[in-house]
Write a protein that binds this ligand. Structure first.
Ligand SMILES: [Zn+2]
Length: 184
């Protein structure tokens, strides 16, 4: 192979990398826009709402079962709120006071997670880290007990990372008083 061929291959690889990152970024923007729209447009359209309505009409036995099920959900759990209280007021990246909420797409689990950060710069740093192949990640999201935790630059523990749902976003907003941010 001559130098020119090698250079062309490198250029193509860089282009593919860039496009992949660009797609991830667009997905994140859309995710955040979607949740923001749900919050600001008032009417909560939580997934599965229609199902719940239809089961409500069924027998009371079934209803109490459903209630029990929804009580088991992470958002209803007291520990879940406590963990948000304890970990979402500080940025897991800098240790400073958190100011924004962001939905971060985590490719290894193919899921979006909510984190509270101090600034958009931390957000783009985490996003570009997760856009790389997993073995190159500096940060990670792991399951501990029943919840997921984000581990950032700041090595103190980790921040509970709820899934990006409307319900969870509302809880994090309520506790941190921060707003959802769209990546720039
Ligand atoms: Zn920051």
């Amino acid at each position: 192979m001559d130098t020119q061929t090698i250079l062309i291959i490198i250029a193509l690889l860089l282009l593919v990398c860039y496009m992949n990152q660009e797609t991830n970024r667009k997905i994140d923007i859309e995710n955040n826009k979607y949740i923001k729209r749900l919050i600001t447009n008032g009417k909560p359209v939580i997934e599965g709402n229609d199902n719940k309505k239809s089961t409500d009409k069924k027998s009371t036995d079934k209803k109490s079962n459903d209630n029990k099920k929804s009580n088991d959900k992470e958002s209803k759990n007291i520990n879940f709120r406590k963990e948000i209280e304890n970990t979402h007021k500080r940025c897991p990246h800098t240790g400073m006071k958190s100011k924004i909420i962001a939905c971060i797409q985590y490719p290894p689990l193919n899921t979006g997670f909510l984190v509270s950060l101090c600034c958009p710069r931390c957000l783009s740093e985490i996003q570009s880290d997760f856009a790389r192949p997993q073995q190159d990640h500096n940060y990670k999201i792991t399951k501990k007990g029943e919840y997921y935790y984000f581990h950032g630059k700041d090595k103190k523990g980790g921040q509970i990372a709820p899934k990006c749902t409307l319900e969870n976003t509302k809880i994090v907003r309520e506790i941190t008083k921060n707003e959802l941010s769209t990546p720039s």
